[in-house]
Design a protein. Structure first.
Length: 312
């Protein structure tokens, strides 16, 4: 009888344990109520700015909007005091001030507490122009900070300028006399302001485009080569065969074993090379400019541009 008694006792213990576990679980949790739907024709509520995938994705855009009157006053003070160094769009100006939209100090500033010491005490960063102390009232500095933050809040992406009309920077900041001397020394062997560059400032009215044109070696323009002929900017090769025949065309490839040229009729010719045979003469119209790029300084570039804008 003992085995039956033990089995019954074990079964009772198991049933009691199961009942306790079921009681501990309690009644099932009710299903969550469905989210309330907005009335017909009304847009669903938006998440607060700066969270999740909202439009404000950068810390500078997550601050509350500033006082419009203070921002307007700060804009006036900035235009009179800061614009020359930091530029009309805060991305750096003609006098070499840094880009405020990417300044770590500006991004960490809240209400002018980090900007104020720099304005009052000045600043010297290696490789940057010295910023002198500016004796502005504290309230004016806070207004300028509010304006700077209001512009930073409009940033559209990494490196993009603030929204608004495009601002054309004034790059004519060099010394025309120094530019004329540099031109005579480095450029006059190939170019002349009374020849190919006569009236260049009239033909290329934009100083930015003019600077890009002369630094890059110019374009084909109205003086382009005849159809089928090599462009004036293309590198050409003349191959002199053992028979004395010369073949000239656009250089496509050249190495120790092969030279490949494109002919005016659209076909190509290749020539096997063994040492210096056949003779290959390469003409690169931009060779002088390519050498110049290695030595050209910002000052030289600005000086020559300041001189060329006078060549009308």
């Amino acid at each position: 009888m003992k085995p039956r008694t033990s089995l019954a006792a074990a079964s009772a213990v198991m049933l009691l344990s199961l009942a306790v576990q079921i009681a501990a679980q309690g009644p099932p949790a009710p299903a969550p109520a469905p989210a309330a739907q907005p009335p017909a024709g009304q847009a669903p509520p938006q998440a607060p700015p700066g969270r999740g995938r909202g439009p404000a994705t950068f810390p500078a855009q997550q601050r509350p909007p500033g006082d419009p009157a203070m921002i307007a006053r700060g804009q006036q003070i900035y235009a009179a005091t800061c614009r020359a160094c930091h530029g009309p769009d805060l991305r750096g100006g003609d006098m070499g001030g840094p880009n405020l939209l990417r300044s770590q100090l500006v991004l960490n500033d809240q209400n002018g507490e980090l900007i104020q010491p720099v304005v009052l005490n000045g600043r010297q960063n290696p490789g940057m122009p010295v910023m002198p102390p500016l004796p502005l009232p504290v309230d004016d500095i806070k207004a300028v900070a509010a304006y700077i933050h209001s512009v930073a809040a409009t940033s559209r992406g990494q490196g993009a300028p603030p929204a608004g009309p495009e601002v054309e920077l004034n790059i004519v900041v060099g010394d025309p006399a120094a530019g004329k001397a540099y031109f005579a020394s480095k450029c006059a062997s190939c170019h002349s302001t009374t020849g190919d560059l006569a009236g260049i400032a009239t033909r290329v009215a934009s100083p930015v485009e003019l600077q890009n044109t002369w630094v890059g070696g110019g374009g084909r323009g109205r003086g382009a080569a005849a159809p089928g002929a090599p462009s004036r900017r293309e590198t050409t090769a003349t191959v002199t065969l053992a028979s004395g025949e010369k073949v000239t065309g656009r250089l496509i490839r050249v190495d120790e074993f092969l030279v490949l040229v494109g002919l005016p009729d659209g076909t190509t010719r290749s020539f096997r090379r063994v040492g210096d045979v056949p003779k290959v003469e390469i003409t690169d119209p931009l060779e002088g400019h390519k050498k110049l790029w290695m030595a050209l300084t910002d000052k030289d570039m600005h000086d020559v541009t300041a001189y060329l804008v006078t060549v009308k």
